[in-house]
Ligand binder design. Structure first.
Ligand SMILES: [Zn+2]
Length: 247
């Protein structure tokens, strides 16, 4: 009698054990389905799950840190990546930004044209600086598309611009308060007030800080001023270029 009871209870234990294992397997499968690490959706690749205290909002459940083909990163809710929602997110926002830019631009900026610039953010910064500094809201470049394209292309590859741009980006990570002082700013080498033109040979990029300090001096006057007063700054283009060369 006892043996039978023992026998029955070991069968029962075995059955219970099997159910537990089966449940665990289901849970594991479920957990795996919700681990989106390395999943690719459009231009996005999932890097890791965002810790609860770093979620942009607490109403969407899990968020995933994604890196975009453009180099940008973003935090995306699970349902926007799994197809379990009406909306699927396929980029960090650069696609939408690009479309908005194309829709409102005076100049001809086809997909084909924009695609030659891998870094759209960099392109956009140069574009905005050019429109702002030349003070013509793009109407002028609508009729002079080639001149526009020449200026954009020149600065996109220009060593001085890229030095200031990288300097700005590196400060963005280190100290947010320096952020805007380091931002690339398009300068008239000879100021408009002294007859300087809105042409490529009269444009250069400096930090916002140096551009503000230079004010309405020509570059020659500014260099002389710096030398005479022994004015130096990490934000002046010569020291940025020096640091860059030393690296
Ligand atoms: Zn992007």
């Amino acid at each position: 009698m006892r043996l039978i009871i023992v026998g029955q209870s070991s069968i029962m234990n075995f059955v219970r054990f099997s159910i537990i294992i089966e449940n665990l397997r289901r849970l594991y499968k479920l957990a795996k389905a919700y681990d989106l690490t390395n999943k690719v959706v459009g231009k996005l690749r999932v890097i890791s799950k965002v810790p609860i205290n770093e979620r942009p909002t607490q109403t969407h459940g899990n968020y995933w840190l994604c890196v975009c083909e453009c180099g940008g990163t973003c935090k995306v809710p699970t349902t926007y990546l799994t197809g379990n929602s009406n909306y699927t997110q396929t980029s960090c926002g650069c696609d939408r930004k690009k479309k908005a830019f194309q829709a409102t631009s005076y100049v001809d900026v086809s997909d084909e044209y924009l695609n030659q610039y891998e870094d759209f953010e960099k392109f956009l910064l140069i574009h905005k600086a050019l429109i702002r500094t030349s003070g013509n809201d793009g109407q002028y470049y609508k009729n002079n598309n080639n001149e526009y394209k020449q200026i954009i292309d020149y600065f996109y590859h220009d060593e001085q611009f890229n030095a200031v741009y990288d300097f700005w980006l590196s400060h963005q990570l280190v100290d947010e308060t320096f952020y805007d002082w380091a931002k690339p700013s398009l300068d008239h080498i000879t100021p408009s007030s002294k007859g300087g033109t809105n042409t490529l040979n009269n444009f250069q990029f400096l930090t916002t800080f140096e551009n503000l300090a230079k004010r309405d001096m020509t570059m020659a006057e500014w260099n002389e001023f710096k030398q005479k007063t022994n004015t130096q700054s990490d934000y002046f283009v010569e020291s940025i270029m020096k640091v860059r060369e030393g690296q």
